[in-house]
Write a protein that binds this ligand. Structure first.
Ligand code: NAG
Ligand code: NAG
Ligand code: NAG
Ligand code: NAG
Ligand code: NAG
Ligand code: NAG
Ligand code: NAG
Ligand code: NAG
Length: 440
């Protein structure tokens, strides 16, 4: 009986070539049948949450410069259409070349080992995928449909050299030319899920989804840290998005020095539950309204059970103002059961982004409407950095802010005093007592 076509037995070496033929595995690669239960168990490909599949393995790296990107590309192509690429526990897989993975269709990647990018800055600054939106670049891009990444492994951006070399510069400085790659990026992806993994030390944003639909992250840990006190990680946002419908982040822990979760233009149907953020700039709708003449929308978001510690902001809405910005709306957003501690601004509506002087903001106010927003059961303490103010909601005179409701707010200053809530220019009030920013 010849039930199992053991492709593993015909492994041949084509090392040094781009592994064009799917029938000829590169050195060290193997393909296992979905029916070969014993082998799948032995190699660690049997996963309780996922049905067994045809499984592909590739050789791992010997050191941090041993680039296996061609093997990885062969492996994911071989696993495409119903199979799985397994990256084994205890093994390291180094990616040193940019990869276009936008051809995927029904594929799984079981990441139990470590996928690590080289820190060859000159190479990556000359070879990447580029997006005009905030001049973003990335090592690789993932697209297609029905893509599942899961496991207990690590996606490592190897950011230290990038942190060292970027120190002192600003991403939004128009003269900045030191572009840093995003760790994980999807473009034109439909039904992409990521589960269980750790994302470590991204050089820039950690996740960015573009023109994608139904993206979900569950049980992921995101961390960025530096071993150099004079070069902290910067702009390592947890989650950003552009033109995305359906974005879910659940049971996730994020410890990074920038936005924890911050969908950007044209993101709708957002669901966040059981999120923990340490040292971040908070959970933010936006910024939007950045580019002249461009309409940006964020709507239909439900954000529940978030803990925010030691950060700049808790629950935030942000839109650009100034000369030559865009317009749009942030609509139908619920923040519920949000716990903040030692946070500068627990609740914020900021329509004078980014860092523009009050005068310029007044002359060129934001044209982003903010409507139908609920902040419910927001509790904990501020850091005291803004004095007694714990909520700061300032609507732009050019835009509409209505249907903004705060309820069950229990936010105190570090000394345990009841916090002050500032509200300017919001039509119909906010449902609770608040003061104008100009008041004493
Ligand atoms: C890294 O591993 C590759 C492949 O085995 C080898 O050719 C190279 O010399 C190694 N580099 C270092 C720095 O050890
Ligand atoms: C730490 O970062 C600073 C600022 O860029 C840099 O001058 C210094 O060389 C870095 N230290 C190490 C050990 O890389
Ligand atoms: C994504 O889809 C758009 C519209 O169909 C297309 O223009 C673009 O080239 C696609 N991007 C990639 C990376 O395939
Ligand atoms: C809220 O989220 C935390 C993780 O930050 C989790 O431990 C806790 O169980 C969640 N609470 C509920 C009621 O689900
Ligand atoms: C949160 O960040 C602080 C530094 O601001 C750190 O001391 C603490 O260990 C972190 N908490 C956890 C649970 O990692
Ligand atoms: C958002 O979508 C609108 C169409 O609804 C489009 O005109 C605009 O360019 C998009 N914004 C961005 C930043 O892509
Ligand atoms: C508001 O958003 C929620 C999702 O959070 C959605 O279920 C609801 O239908 C939206 N309401 C309106 C009026 O669109
Ligand atoms: C903002 O509100 C104004 C007044 O209701 C409305 O005319 C405009 O269309 C709204 N803008 C968007 C992008 O929804």
């Amino acid at each position: 009986m010849k039930l199992l076509p053991l492709l593993a037995l015909c492994a041949t070496s084509v090392s040094g070539l781009l592994f064009d033929s799917l029938d000829h595995p590169p050195q060290g690669a193997k393909v296992y049948s979905a029916l070969d239960k014993a082998e799948l168990h032995r190699i660690g490909a049997h996963h309780p949450g996922h049905l067994d599949r045809r499984t592909v393995t590739i050789r791992s790296s010997h050191n941090d410069t041993d680039d296996i990107s061609a093997d990885f590309l062969w492996g994911i192509r071989r696993a495409n259409h119903g199979g799985r690429l397994l990256l084994k526990r205890g093994e390291k897989y180094v990616i040193g070349r940019k990869l276009d993975l936008t051809f995927l269709d029904n594929v799984e990647v079981q990441l139990d080992g470590e996928l690590k990018f080289t820190d060859d800055v000159p190479y990556w600054q000359a070879n990447h995928f580029y997006y005009d939106f905030q001049k973003s670049i990335t090592f690789w891009r993932w697209g297609g449909r029905d893509i599942r990444i899961f496991g207990k492994g690590v996606l490592n951006g190897n950011g230290q050299r990038w942190y060292n070399e970027f120190a002192g510069q600003e991403i939004l400085d128009p003269d900045n030319t030191y572009y840093r790659p995003i760790l994980f990026l999807s473009e034109n992806a439909t039904r992409l899920s990521v589960e269980g993994i750790t994302e470590l030390n991204s050089p820039c944003w950690t996740n960015f989804f573009i023109n994608s639909k139904d993206i979900s992250f569950d049980n992921v840990y995101i961390n960025a840290f530096s071993t150099n006190v004079s070069a902290e990680p910067k702009n390592t946002d947890g989650f950003d998005s552009l033109n995305v419908d359906g974005l879910s982040v659940t049971n996730t822990r994020i410890d990074i020095g920038d936005d924890c979760f911050s969908p950007k233009p044209n993101t709708s149907n957002i669901f966040v539950q059981n999120l923990w953020c340490n040292n971040t700039h908070g959970v933010s709708m936006g910024s939007i309204g950045q580019y002249p003449g461009v309409l940006d929308i964020i709507e239909h978001a439900y954000i529940e059970n978030v803990t925010l510690l030691n950060g700049q902001n808790g629950a935030r809405l942000k839109a650009w103002a100034g000369e030559g910005v865009g317009y749009g709306r942030i609509n139908n957003i619920t923040y519920k059961n949000i716990h903040v501690e030692n946070t500068d601004n627990p609740i914020v509506l900021d329509q004078c982004y980014f860092n523009i002087p009050t005068k310029e903001c007044a002359s060129f106010p934001s044209q982003v409407n903010v409507t139908n927003i609920v902040f419910e059961n927001i509790y904990g303490s501020s850091s005291g950095k803004e004095g007694d103010v714990v909520a700061d909601l300032v609507c732009s005179p050019n835009a509409v802010c209505n249907g903004i409701e705060l309820k069950d707010i229990d936010l105190v200053t570090p000394d345990g005093e009841e916090g002050v809530i500032v509200c300017d220019g919001i039509q119909g009030g906010i449902g609770i007592d608040c003061v104008e920013s100009s008041s004493a």
